[in-house]
Design a protein around this ligand. Structure first.
Ligand code: 4AD
Ligand code: MG
Length: 430
């Protein structure tokens, strides 16, 4: 008999198949047992009818505990009411390992309890669905970049200097020297763009953020494309296509998971280029009109981002932030040095910033001046200045936070459930 994955049951309608998995849940009524089995690819209900099975087989169905590992056999039946569209009529069962009493019951648990049991919690249907969407977001993002000529270049995690300011740096000892966990692979992506033209880096990034919010992780994953000769406008066009492709892929390949999560799919179906664009100045006017007290020059907080994105049903670019609010490497606006050629992409429905991007300073003297203003140690960045010494060109890039993007696409409240093992303020277990 053929062992199949639950996700592939549709190919075996009417056949007897084997499933290797775990017991997610069970309901018994004496003469019939409903076993919900999961195998990593999905969930399926197997129906065991006492009158149709040998007594010892039914006995196992009746006594098997939650999260026991098991192999079952059964006949595949189409069932429109089932979430995957199919159920099984159970014909046999083998218990691989009987599980002890499982700590996560099907009733409600508190967030801390669930986070303490994250290694088990990820087995549950909602967590499984969100992480399957995450997997799709990553695959779609890399797929789009590769099919559009981007070369993947891996950036180091241990670095000699900051990319995004010193206030959120994780410091570590590097054989007697100070080293820092990467906040962003951008500076290395810039070097790689001068070698390969169109590149991206993808990896974990670290920010010692002291804020405990629903949108901040201490360790998160970022995908960072960087393109030589691209200007700010080129950069935004890439982002529109990139983000639209990712959403489309999720709608196409993870519809079942999005539905399970209760996502309003119609809000995702409208996501296609072009995306609306507003300047920082216009955004400040919008905030004032909405009654916010906000000083020109400050960075936006979560409530501001929610208010700005409210009028749009697609992600919105907020362009040209004040120089003082942004990182050292951003190209000033010609004729308006108090603002830079950058854009943050704010997701709709109040999910906030998912991308930060900019045109980079390519002039050596200006870059040196900025580093001085930001009190950066020039020795640590000498290699980066080389990029401005040897064949410098205008270039642009951006970084998309994977977990923020998945939170938006899945319609989830908390970014901490968008990563398998979140690192949060004061939490590094499990
Ligand atoms: O806006 P950020 O800080 O930009 C950069 O790091 C640039 N160097 C990227 C580049 O141009 N190559 O971060 C980019 C994105 C944010 O828009 C957000 O999605 C995510 O990274 N992000 C976080 N996600 C989770 N937790 C945090 N603490 C995050 N900080 C940033
Ligand atoms: Mg940002």
């Amino acid at each position: 008999m053929q062992v199949t994955r639950i996700a592939d049951l549709s190919r075996h309608e009417g056949e007897e198949v084997g499933i290797q998995g775990w017991l997610y849940n069970k309901r018994s009524s004496g003469s019939i047992s409903f076993l919900i089995i999961r195998d990593g690819s999905g969930f399926v209900q197997a129906v065991a009818v006492k009158a149709e099975l040998a007594p010892e087989v039914y006995e196992l169905c009746d006594t098997v505990t939650q999260e026991s590992s098991l192999r079952i056999t059964g006949i595949v039946r189409r069932d429109a009411r089932a979430s995957g569209g199919y159920e099984l009529t159970l014909t046999g069962i083998e218990i691989v390992a009987l599980a002890q009493e499982y700590p996560i019951s099907l009733k409600e648990h508190g967030a801390d309890f669930l986070l303490d049991h994250r290694h088990l919690w990820i087995r549950g249907p909602r967590q499984h669905a969100a992480l399957m969407v995450r997997n799709e977001v990553i695959a779609a993002a890399e797929g789009w970049l590769r099919s559009n000529g981007f070369v993947k270049v891996d950036a180091p995690i241990l670095t000699p200097a900051a990319c995004e300011g010193t206030s959120t740096l994780f410091e570590t000892d590097y054989f007697g020297e100070k080293a820092y966990l990467s906040q962003s692979g951008q500076l290395y992506a810039e070097a790689a763009a001068m070698a390969f033209g169109k590149v991206y880096v993808y990896g974990p990034t670290f920010r010692a953020e002291k804020s405990k919010t629903r949108r901040h992780l201490i360790e998160f994953w970022m995908i960072e494309p960087e393109v030589a000769y691209a200007d700010q406008d080129d950069n935004m066009v890439i982002q529109e296509q990139f983000v639209s492709h990712i959403v489309k892929s999720c709608l196409q390949n993870r519809r079942q998971e999005l539905t399970l999560l209760g996502r309003d799919l119609s809000a995702l179906e409208v996501i296609e280029p072009p995306f609306p664009r507003v300047t920082y100045d216009e955004a400040v006017d919008m905030l004032h009109a909405a009654g916010f007290e906000f000083t020109w020059g400050d960075d936006f907080g979560a409530p501001h981002e929610v208010a700005i994105s409210q009028g749009f049903n697609k992600p919105v670019f907020v362009m040209n932030y004040p120089t003082q609010a942004k990182a050292f490497y951003m190209q000033p606006m010609p004729g308006r040095p108090e603002v830079v050629k950058c854009a943050d992409l704010l997701a709709p429905e109040g999910y906030g910033e998912i991308i930060g991007g900019s045109e980079r300073i390519h002039d050596l003297a200006l870059m040196e001046q900025r580093m001085k203003e930001h009190k950066m140690a020039p020795e640590a960045y000498d290699w980066y200045l080389d990029l401005r010494r040897y064949g410098t060109v205008p270039h642009s890039g951006f970084g998309m936070g994977i977990e923020r993007t998945v939170a938006w696409i899945t319609g989830s409240e908390h970014i901490r459930e968008m990563i398998p093992f979140p690192r949060l303020l004061n939490r590094i277990y499990p």
